[in-house]
Write a new protein. Structure first.
Length: 239
């Protein structure tokens, strides 16, 4: 009996996501990065120049979520004399203070536990990754570079896109740039505006139970599920 020719060994394929996920879109502040300390410092630096007032980190945490113009507007509604302040000038000075903090050794922003590992694992699956944030593009990109996370990120759609969450357009733009349909993407966020934007875009949405969520408990969010940390996503998407 003649020997059968050896069959070529096929390389192992990575496990496929459970529901055809090709891309993951991430919010930035409160989802990947804990930024409240530096946002508070920049905001208080700007407020001190006009009004000689300051807000605590716990107060600022409830103001984060809809972009810097909204942050300024909400802060002025909370502090004494805010109605007389020059909001446009405050916005300019906030950005100046924030950029100075990023350039200095005083930056306190850090990734949440599990973020670097989680992004690396998603990348290893061949998934495309985008950041969709209301934070300005430059500030977002600088943070990702300084924290050495940029090499996992394929696209960044920031607050300079002309639209802001909870509008769906930033998420749809991210999908377009990544070359995927909304049905092939998952959004991961920490706030109601992430959920609303994802729903409007026709994208499934998972949430982390930490983060900011404009002062409300993230565990009450009407999302499709929760992940305790970003490094749980691989199991969630492939299980």
């Amino acid at each position: 009996m003649s020997a059968q020719p050896a069959q070529p060994i096929q390389p192992a394929r990575p496990p496929q996501p459970a529901y055809l996920v090709r891309a993951v879109l991430f919010d930035l502040d409160g989802t990947l990065l804990d930024t409240v300390a530096d946002i508070t410092a920049a905001l208080n630096g700007a407020l001190a120049e006009q009004l000689a007032v300051a807000l605590s980190e716990s107060e600022v945490r409830t103001l984060i979520g809809r972009g810097v113009p909204s942050l300024i507007e909400r802060a002025l509604a909370r502090v004494p004399g805010g109605e007389s302040a020059d909001a446009g000038r405050l916005l300019e000075r906030y950005h100046a203070h924030y950029e100075q903090i990023q350039r200095s050794g005083r930056m306190r922003t850090r990734p949440f536990p599990g973020v670097a590992r989680g992004l690396a694992e998603l990348h290893s699956l061949g998934l495309k990754i985008a950041i969709v944030t209301n934070k300005p593009d430059k500030a977002s990109g600088d943070l990702l570079k300084r924290l050495r996370l940029e090499h996992w990120i394929d696209e960044l759609v920031g607050g300079d896109s002309g639209y802001r969450k909870p509008e769906p357009q930033p998420l749809l733009l991210a999908c377009k740039r990544l070359g995927v349909s909304p049905g092939e993407a998952v959004m991961v966020g920490d706030s109601l505006i992430d959920v609303l934007a994802a729903r409007a875009a026709g994208i499934r949405v998972l949430c982390v139970p930490y983060g900011y969520n404009e002062g409300e408990d993230p565990r009450t969010l009407p999302c499709d599920g929760f992940v305790e940390s970003i490094d749980e996503l691989r199991a969630r998407l492939t299980g």
